[in-house]
Ligand binder design. Sequence first.
Ligand SMILES: Nc1ncnc2c1ncn2[C@@H]1O[C@H](COP(=O)(O)OP(=O)(O)OP(=O)(O)O)[C@@H](O)[C@H]1O
Ligand SMILES: [Mg+2]
Length: 402
Amino acid sequence: MNESVKRAVVPMPILPGATIGFLGGGQLGRMTALAARSMGYDVHVLDPDPACATKPIASRVITAAYSDVNAAIDLASHCDVVTLEIEQIHADVLAAVARHAPMRPGRDAVYIIQERLRQKEWLKANDFPVGAFASVNSVQALAGAVQSFGPSIAKSTHGGYDGRGQARLSAAEQANGAWHALGGQTCIVEKLVDIDYEISVLVARGPAGETVAYPPSRNHHTNGILTWAVIPAVIDDAMCARATSVATAIAQRIDIVGLLAVECFVTRDGTLLVNELAPRPHNTYHHSERGCDTSQFEQLVRAVCGLPLGSTAVHTPSAIVNVLGDVWMHDVVPDIPRALRVPGSRLHLYGKSGAREGRKMGHLSAVGDSAQLALSRVLESYRALSPNTVSTFDVHEPVLGA
Ligand SMILES: Nc1ncnc2c1ncn2[C@@H]1O[C@H](COP(=O)(O)OP(=O)(O)OP(=O)(O)O)[C@@H](O)[C@H]1O
Ligand SMILES: [Mg+2]
């Protein structure tokens, strides 16, 4: 298609004053809704939890299951565009929404991403770099995969997050226990990657196919849960360019409209492998709100509304640490004033009642003149917040770039 024809089919932007619908009202929906509100949009949300984190920001809250087609249609028929903050929404629901309002991201991209095995197979079939994996549907097949891979991780195909629905195996004898722990159904087994460090790249793509990529974020997990993230990642230029080009190519190929987060491993021998994709704002880019010209939340609003995508440049190095419910356990009161005494720090709470172990309640962020300083500060702030629960997370500070 030539340029003028392409321009002619670009949809009109959805301007402030319009209403954005959110499938999912957790913290990602809440922070995106706040950005939408500050740009002058109205916000409606559908979530199974009547007290969801986005509720205080939305002018309409529909309490319904994500599988409730009629409720989703009700949402869509009162909105100018619908987006999502969770990928576990049935493709039929997304297709029904799309008959009433633009659904961004669309059904096909979400369908590929929402099932781990389908997603990995799609990445492999499209020649994107992934580690060794296998689909297994019995204890014997799981044992066989571990025998051939060596140390491995078995992951359920649906619904896992924050390391849930995963089992690590170092020997075939552990297959029986792992198989049953994961519910005794088809799962994906991955060879344990010899990780040097983890990064992610967030790409935004508009309805006309234009893209922008954020500089990579360097990330650290403890027991499968994101502990901290820092931008810029302080990695060599060649790896930065490779990760950016792989992530951008994935966003194009999967035809995302909105945001696509690409989580990656870099192995000790310097190979980049794609771990997984997310078609929405991502925990590893919460620092974009402090450090980038355009936060990921504003960027999602711009992308789904067909507005010009914003600059992704890092104006100030910034870092975040997640704050889990663990910090409130055993009648401990986190020392918020002490945490906020750290220069450059800020507290972001999601307004969730009911702290539970492992539940993301908020995050701390910090800025500094360098990525190292931003990371030091945010870890210092976290230690000050919860001196007795530091063991929940591995908060030792690496020398970035070393
Ligand atoms: N094949 C692997 N080899 C080595 N480490 C891995 C592998 N798969 C996962 N991990 C580790 O576990 C973390 C979480 O894994 P993964 O991203 O698959 O799970 P998740 O539960 O979907 O996480 P989230 O939704 O929070 O991103 C990874 O970031 C990495 O630290
Ligand atoms: Mg992950």
